[in-house]
Design a protein around this ligand. Structure first.
Ligand code: SF4
Ligand code: ZN
Length: 311
């Protein structure tokens, strides 16, 4: 039978001629649902292998907010993990304490881990620092994402260690990574720019990996939709204060007009990383003099934050 796409209703998949659901501007290919799923899974598997992100026997703590990127990460790792003998998953959700937002995403995270039979740990800012984010931010709303990011990283690392994890996986996608490169370049923050995006091998850290770092946000959403895991969830009320909001708009506009820009930014970052290897730009690690966590100065970001919040 003649494929529907050939009758001009929809563009045809470059692999099979069936109706396409997505266009990849960089490769200039239209793909149907089946081939998009295969393509995404293959690129994630290749990223993990090329950057040595997972080893056999790893216990991987997935940072699961319940949003689309972390949901896709859990779904993808569940499917790909049999390639690494003895590797297993555990999910960690951080409850920052954000009214009108967190409850729905927590429910989504719980139901996903139940469906996939993945052990699920929940940790909260209240346990970590004694207050919800909403309370901590009174009068400091514009610093929401900075404060939230520092505490979330710490809560996730502590919970992952408690759960016996050997590595932490986060759902950062290509858009997130490219935005970070641009933000660090705009700030002139070279040490942060060259921080490795692969598996950090320092003994001081639980390694952090980003298996989705080659996949554009739009393809992650399409992957979830096709797999039946897409749901519309509320947006964090502090998003409007996020520093990256402006960079996101700027970059997505530029990527639309010049496909491949995000990928080029990541490649530039990798090149700079190689040039900086072994130079003073790669900051040496110290131990925080108050809590002993690894950091680049005398005090880690969490301890500095505790002081400024009077905690
Ligand atoms: Fe935290 Fe900002 Fe993300 Fe909200 S938008 S969850 S405050 S980082
Ligand atoms: Zn500290």
């Amino acid at each position: 039978m003649e494929p529907r796409a050939a009758r001009g209703e929809l563009p045809a998949c470059a692999c099979c001629g069936e109706p396409a659901v997505v266009y990849q501007p960089v490769t200039r290919r239209y793909l149907c649902g089946t081939h998009l799923v295969r393509d995404v899974e293959e690129r994630v598997r290749a990223t993990i292998q090329e950057t040595g992100q997972i080893s056999p026997g790893d216990r991987i703590a997935v940072g699961l907010s319940g949003g689309k990127d972390s949901t896709a990460l859990l779904v993808l790792l569940s499917r790909l993990l049999p390639a690494w003998p003895g590797a297993s998953l555990v999910a960690v959700t951080v409850d920052e304490g954000i009214a009108g937002y967190r409850a729905d995403t927590m429910r989504a995270a719980e139901s996903l881990t139940e469906r996939f039979g993945v052990e699920h740990h929940i940790v909260s800012f209240r346990e970590l620092i004694g207050d919800d984010l909403d309370t901590l931010l009174t009068g400091r709303e514009t610093q929401a994402c900075t404060i939230c990011g520092i505490l979330r990283k710490k809560a996730l690392a502590d919970a992952a260690r408690t759960a016996g994890a050997t590595v932490i996986a986060t759902g950062h996608n290509l858009n997130d990574e490219a935005q970070s490169v641009l933000m660090n370049a705009f700030r002139g923050d070279l040490p942060r720019l060259v921080r490795n995006t692969g598996r950090e091998r320092s003994a001081a850290f639980l390694p952090r990996i980003k298996p989705l770092m080659a996949i554009p946000e739009k393809e992650i959403a399409a992957y979830l939709f096709i797999q039946g895991h897409f749901s519309v969830l509320p947006e964090c009320p502090y998003t409007k204060y996020a520093l990256r909001a402006e960079v996101r708009t700027l970059l997505s506009d530029y990527e639309f007009r010049h496909p491949g820009t995000m990928q080029h930014l990541i490649e530039s970052k990798k090149m700079i990383e190689r040039y900086c290897a072994g130079t003073p730009v790669m900051e040496p690690l110290h131990r925080c003099r108050e809590c002993g966590d690894p950091c680049s100065g005398e005090l880690c970001q969490v301890c500095r934050l505790r002081h400024s919040l009077g905690k």
